[in-house]
Design a protein around this ligand. Structure first.
Ligand SMILES: Cc1cc2nc3c(=O)[nH]c(=O)nc-3n(C[C@H](O)[C@H](O)[C@H](O)COP(=O)(O)OP(=O)(O)OC[C@H]3O[C@@H](n4cnc5c(N)ncnc54)[C@H](O)[C@@H]3O)c2cc1C
Length: 482
């Protein structure tokens, strides 16, 4: 974009959000060049940090007037390149809008600004013994806006569902700057489920500014188990058996031997380094039901040759068990500086087959893959460990990623369980959607954003007629400087 036009725009934006909330220095911009998917990097032209819905609306109107892309951004913890400004434009960072505006114990809901972190909602609700169920492992940093845009999940998605199941109403800014609300607190079947459409749309349809979130009561009792297995296949079979016998735990999470050892190197929790797989199972509900479920779980573990297991005796032990899982991605940084986290989904019953396939793909491409799974719902997070500066290694990493995602689809699964499509999986979309389905999605996009200014270059592999420039994708670009 023309330098004079940018200068003029900076002045107008500063009048809306204040001078200190418009960033244009290359060093500042470089902070926003990617999200946590660092294979793709591209700097925005400007970073703008609005403080209210009205300011978001005014910024979007100014951007639309000069046809500048606007990419919403929360905490930038996304793992599919969603917040990366592939076509430049404005990185619209919503982190200043971080208030939990109220919690209603009567309606079991909270009204929040979208820059609030996921964990802050449960913290605000805890005095009413309520909490917000979606719990991505990034919950201390990731924002409600990012959770909504990606339809985030987490370990407890197995029993409680994804973000979409916990969103009651949204306030949002459309591509032309108009402010609209959708949904409500009570039950309703008056209209199309627009909130359902916006959740998971990755900032490509509208910019969400406020949300009414459903809160649920804390369970009467929670029991958490740590179990070790001689093979990932046996752990996977135990997971399938537990569900087949009618028990839906709150969470069933698995990490493999490589990850387990990285966590142990990092935290020294006393984990069994020799086990091929570590499985965490959490049961919650009424005490009487849990006692029965415990027996079923234990018998499924024995049937699958468990090495050993322990139930947490108190809240502190439970927190330690979860620490092993929730620090897993960070701990992998001890093995290599970069990790490319995949998000494939497979039918739960195909876990052992998928793991064998991933091993074979990793060996053939000579890459290190660690495995972290939301095992209960078949959501796999193979993490390919690599050095971003080695172009030849990056090419193998990209190939490995594509092959693993293709394997997931071939096994009857899909491309993403919770991280979204972003830039990362855009080229793979035709593996799961045919031309008609892709075209239908394109028409929805066109209806919301005819000029193609909201998060362009994401999700939709080809956006014919949506005003997109058709510039080449950024994928695989290893070196990118602002
Ligand atoms: C260590 C680690 C662990 C993780 N664990 C999980 C997990 O267990 N489960 C899970 O689901 N994810 C997980 N993630 C991925 C990530 O945290 C989630 O996708 C999260 O929802 C992103 O939130 P964010 O605020 O960082 O969003 P960002 O990364 O800033 O943005 C993500 C997408 O949302 C859009 N967006 C952001 N705010 C808005 C808004 N207000 N309106 C419209 N669009 C918006 C952006 O344009 C972008 O497309 C993990 C990531 C890391 C780094």
């Amino acid at each position: 974009m023309d330098k004079d036009l940018i200068k003029d725009l900076i002045v107008k934006l500063a009048a809306v959000v204040g001078e200190r909330n418009v960033l244009s220095h290359p060093v500042d911009l470089s902070v926003y060049e990617s999200d946590a998917e660092t294979l793709d990097a591209s700097c925005p032209d400007l970073v703008v940090l609005p403080g209210s819905t009205e300011e978001v609306s005014a910024v979007v109107k100014l951007a639309a007037a000069c046809r500048m892309p606007v990419v919403a951004r929360g905490a930038g913890t996304g793992l599919s390149g969603g917040a990366t400004c592939v076509r430049g434009g404005i990185s619209l960072v919503l982190s200043r809008m971080n208030r939990v505006l109220y919690v209603s114990p009567e309606e079991c809901c909270a009204l929040v600004e979208v820059g609030a972190t996921n964990v802050s909602v449960s913290q605000a609700a805890s005095r009413f013994k309520l909490y917000f169920a979606p719990d991505p492992s990034s919950q201390s940093a990731s924002t409600i806006g990012g959770n909504i845009a990606e339809n985030a999940g987490g370990p407890h998605t197995l029993k409680y569902g994804m973000t979409t199941d916990h969103v009651m109403a949204l306030k949002m800014v459309l591509a032309d700057g108009r402010i609209v609300t959708t949904g409500g607190i009570g039950r309703s079947s008056n209209d199309l489920d627009l909130a359902g459409l916006i959740v998971g749309s990755e900032g490509t349809l509208a910019i969400v500014t406020e949300a009414v979130l459903k809160l649920i009561p804390k369970a009467e009792k929670t029991e958490t188990l740590l179990a070790y297995f001689p093979s990932v296949g046996q752990a996977g079979q135990a997971v399938s058996d537990i569900v087949a016998r009618g028990v839906i735990p709150a969470a069933m999470e698995m990490i493999d031997n490589l990850t387990l050892n990285a966590v142990e190197d990092y935290l020294g929790l006393g984990l069994d380094r020799s086990a091929a797989a570590l499985l965490i199972i959490e049961l919650d509900g009424q005490a009487i039901a849990i006692a029965e479920e415990r027996k079923i779980v234990e018998s499924c573990l024995v049937d699958n040759s468990i090495i050993s297991s322990t139930w947490a005796r108190d809240a502190q032990e439970r927190a330690t068990i979860w620490k092993a899982r929730k620090t897993a991605f960070g701990a992998l940084g001890r093995i290599a500086p970069h990790g490319y986290v995949l998000d494939g989904v497979i039918p739960r019953s195909k876990l052992a087959q998928a793991i064998e396939g991933i091993d074979e793909i990793a060996r053939r491409n000579k890459v290190i893959v660690s495995n972290i799974y939301h095992a209960g719902d078949g959501n796999l997070h193979p993490c390919i460990l690599y050095h971003r500066d080695n172009e030849e290694e990056v090419a193998r990493v990209m190939r490995t990623g594509k092959e693993i995602l293709t394997l997931c689809v071939e096994l009857g699964g899909t491309l993403s369980g919770e991280h979204g499509i972003g830039i990362e999986k855009m080229e793979e979309m035709p593996l799961i959607l045919n031309e008609e389905e892709l075209e239908l999605m394109g028409r929805v996009k066109q209806c919301f954003d005819p000029a193609g200014l909201l998060n362009p270059g994401k999700v939709f592999p080809q956006l014919k007629g949506c005003g997109e420039s058709g510039r080449t994708l950024l994928r695989h670009k290893v070196f990118s400087h602002c």
